[in-house]
Design a protein. Structure first.
Length: 150
């Protein structure tokens, strides 16, 4: 094949360090807008972003030359640098070391978007940890819970 043709959707989830509730309703739209710009700057496309005070969900369409780990590293590094000077309350802001990521088929994009949009509803009954474990089981991802949380 003479061309490289790629369409890879990925649902990415990561939390603040120790799930500290740094992402208040006041800073959230600004942080999400900044993260959208970061993703765009890498050549990827952010389809949807959402979350809660202690974590974010992103549905991204990766660029054809991009690695998932490279994208997540840039998002976390640049957004962390951006938020720290936004106020004293963010001076100790950090993202967790790891992340969860799940492939999304074209037919599953709208379902994933609704899932991200309905985070407030999900978290009435599920913590971030419960949500992540549920997604890991759903996607048959092997994990050792001893090393899951920082």
């Amino acid at each position: 094949m003479a061309q490289t043709l790629v369409k890879l959707y990925v649902h990415i989830i990561f939390s603040t360090k120790h799930r500290a509730p740094f992402i208040s309703g006041e800073i959230e739209p600004h942080l999400h807008a900044y993260m959208t710009g970061i993703v765009k700057g890498t050549g990827a496309r952010l389809v949807r972003i959402g979350g809660m005070p202690d974590h974010v969900h992103l549905l991204a369409l990766l660029a054809k030359t991009q690695t998932l780990s490279g994208l997540v590293q840039v998002i976390k590094k640049e957004s962390s640098k951006w938020i720290k000077p936004c106020g004293e309350e963010f001076a100790e802001f950090h993202w967790q070391d790891g992340y969860g990521a799940f492939s999304v088929s074209e037919s599953g994009v709208e379902t994933c978007i609704r899932y991200i949009d309905n985070q407030t509803t999900h978290h009435v009954r599920l913590s971030f940890q419960q949500e992540l474990l549920m997604l890991l089981r759903k996607h048959h991802v092997e994990y050792d819970e001893r090393y899951m949380w920082d």
